[in-house]
Design a protein around this ligand. Structure first.
Ligand code: CA
Ligand code: CA
Ligand code: CA
Length: 286
């Protein structure tokens, strides 16, 4: 069955008897220069078809010779919450730049949402370890551009539609809190994070709305085992203090008809040399 985001929402709302929610984010009006695009590896194709609302980019992963021949990744995105914020925010409706070369896509955000707090970059690498498989590795870096340390929560959100259908997915916690396995018939997906604090799984679109509403959301380790239903999941890295001139990098991996490799642990870079040289060369202002 073919559907778009509107029809998926309407279909589910009608099925569940829900009122249609208003998807909104306080930064939805900020537009970047990034564009949709495609990367490929072997017979696998990963598409970003739109930056819908910032958090849930419209994506697809298609492997014609895999366990399911049609799209198995409906949406994918990132959110954050700086210490003191009263809700999570996405990185803006579109990144500042995008590049799609071979099997690697690179996105950058310059001064996310104009806060003067951080830049961000995301590298998405597609691989095909064996015939019919697809693996996605995402590496997100937050670079502090403020004039002091920042403390941030980072969220990764994924909407797998295993076996090419949004229904009938079941999921289990393979390792707490960083490794989730999703199954529908002959097709299997894996969703993993490195060094995250917590996870949460819900049916579409409870988690998405929680990360887009006007309230603080902390993932609570609930939702598994899941299904059968329309799986969505998220990972959270909590209260990370990034020093002046420092950066923080996190990684996730997804497997489609494939085992997802172990993601790298987070990397916190404290650029002591740069900071100290700055501090010693800049006299204090009174
Ligand atoms: Ca399914
Ligand atoms: Ca929230
Ligand atoms: Ca789903």
């Amino acid at each position: 069955m073919k559907y778009n985001s509107t029809s998926k929402t309407i279909f589910l709302a009608a099925t569940l008897g829900l009122a249609l929610p208003a998807l909104a984010n306080k930064y939805d009006d900020i537009r970047g220069g990034g564009a949709p695009g495609t990367i490929t590896e072997g017979t696998a194709t990963y598409d970003v078809t739109g930056f819908d609302g910032g958090l849930d980019w419209r994506t697809s992963i298609v492997v014609p010779d895999g366990p399911a021949a049609t799209d198995r990744l409906w949406a994918s995105g990132w959110a954050y919450r700086l210490m003191g914020d009263t809700q999570e925010s996405n990185f803006g409706a579109a990144p500042s730049t995008s590049d799609y070369t071979g099997n690697v896509a690179t996105f950058t955000w310059s001064d996310v949402n104009g806060l003067g707090a951080f830049d961000a970059s995301l590298v998405v690498e597609l691989s095909q370890p064996n015939a019919g498989e697809a693996v996605i590795t995402r590496t997100l870096t937050i670079e502090n551009i403020s004039d002091g340390s920042i403390t941030i929560d980072v969220f990764n959100y994924e909407d797998f539609d295993i076996n090419g259908s949004f229904g009938n997915d079941t999921a289990a916690l393979t390792n707490d809190p960083d490794h989730i396995t999703i199954i529908d018939g002959p097709d299997t997906g894996e969703y993993r994070a490195g060094g995250n604090t917590n996870f949460q799984v819900t049916a579409f679109q409870v988690l998405l709305l929680a990360l887009e509403d006007a309230a603080v959301t902390d993932l609570d380790g609930s939702g598994l085992p899941f299904g059968p239903g329309d799986f969505t999941g998220a990972f959270q890295w909590s209260m990370v203090e990034i020093p002046l001139f420092g950066s923080y990098t996190v990684q996730t991996t997804n497997g489609f008809g494939a085992l997802a490799p172990t993601p790298a642990d987070p990397v916190l870079i404290d650029d002591v040399i740069w900071r100290d040289s700055f501090e010693t060369s800049a006299p204090p202002v009174f």
